[in-house]
Ligand binder design. Structure first.
Ligand SMILES: [Zn+2]
Length: 360
């Protein structure tokens, strides 16, 4: 246990799993799976890979954890709430869950660079009860009803926002959609800049990506985004986008959703073994970013392992999130040095946040 390095996972939807999947994340992964044997309401029932004990076991001691509430306009068939007000209320329930986990000593919110330093120190000597630290992020900004709500969110500790998710959004256009950020997106980005809220470039369609990066001058990262070089899809970053992000000092988290790792994945049909989906493909994405940028400063982990998929749609050599501990050995095998590995496992995110979180 003592020899495992700290891992920073920049994208988990923990509260969504607690409240929409009805998973008590204090249970072990096996206990959660057992409890779901007869359920069929979600594609990943009985296949989950994430819980707080499994994070602790794998020394995933700090993560970026989301609030997520999508608003879908009348006539659109994508799943989501019928109004921004409902979506906001959903995210407030998620916040309440994180706070309850804090009261239980299971998690610890990180709002400032001092909080981060303290937490990283705590994980130098963890035990089985050491809380999992989290930086609060919002995936898709549709739930931000007004700029007053943005201010409120900053006050309760929201530190990063991905303006869009799947499809068209209020503030930007997301995956599988087209178009720019519009006036509302412009205003949101400027307010985010004023508060120093990190822009998460993940899920932005190419045009919104272009506009958002031009309008917004604050810190940018991409919490969970793979490379278009391997899977040619608008959800992935082109080499030009990766180079531009690196120029903005961004870190890009590599995700473990099978369809983003191998071309031709068919949801509900393909399986990880026959498609050759293994952690090696994650390493390939990490290595691609490192080769493109000429260093190990811009690649990290943003597993998304609880993003509505489980073992049916993730690398076959990963059973629970604690298996992220296989990565250091795999990186070492292809010639990465100890300091490169440290950067990729945790330090790139830590360095970024030290610089960009508010102080005190
Ligand atoms: Zn996502």
């Amino acid at each position: 246990m003592l020899n495992k390095p700290l891992i920073f996972d920049a994208h988990l939807d923990l509260a969504m799993n607690a409240l929409e999947w009805n998973r008590d994340l204090r249970w072990t992964v096996d206990e959660i799976r057992m409890s779901e044997k007869s359920l069929t309401d979600k594609p990943d029932r009985a296949n989950g890979t994430v819980s707080l004990p499994s994070m602790r076991d794998g020394h995933i001691g700090v993560c970026v954890a989301t609030q997520i509430g999508r608003y879908v306009k009348r006539g659109n068939n994508i799943p989501g709430w019928k109004s921004p007000e409902q979506a906001w209320a959903q995210t407030q329930g998620q916040l309440a869950w994180y706070k309850t986990m804090e009261d239980e000593g299971e998690m610890k919110q990180i709002r400032t660079s001092e909080d981060l330093d303290k937490h990283v120190l705590l994980w130098e000597n963890p035990d089985k009860n050491t809380p999992v630290g989290y930086i609060l992020s919002l995936e898709g900004a549709d739930s931000i009803i007004s700029m007053r709500h943005l201010e409120k969110a900053f006050e309760y500790g929201l530190r990063a926002i991905g303006p869009a998710h799947y499809g068209p959004g209020t503030y930007a256009q997301g995956t599988d959609s087209i178009g720019g950020v519009g006036k509302k997106g412009h205003d949101l980005l400027k307010e985010m800049e004023r508060f120093g809220i990190i822009l998460d470039a993940t899920h932005l369609c190419d045009e919104s990506f272009r506009e958002a990066l031009d309008i917004y001058h604050g810190p940018v990262w991409a919490s969970h985004n793979n490379c278009r070089a391997f899977v040619a899809h608008n959800r992935q970053f082109s080499d030009d986008q990766i180079t531009e992000l690196a120029g903005r000092d961004a870190v890009i988290g590599i995700a473990l959703d099978a369809w983003m790792m191998v071309p031709g994945w068919i949801r509900g049909k393909s399986n990880p073994e026959s498609m050759g989906v293994s952690l090696k493909l994650m390493i390939n994405n990490i290595d691609h970013i490192c080769q493109l940028t000429g260093n190990s400063l811009h690649a990290g982990i943003g597993s998304d392992l609880d993003g509505a998929f489980g073992t049916e749609q993730c690398p076959y050599d990963l059973d629970t999130i604690s298996d992220l501990q296989k990565l250091p050995g795999m990186l070492s095998e292809i010639g990465y040095s100890a300091s490169d590995i440290h950067n990729i496992l945790s330090y790139n995110w830590i360095r970024f946040l030290r610089k960009n979180l508010p102080s005190g």
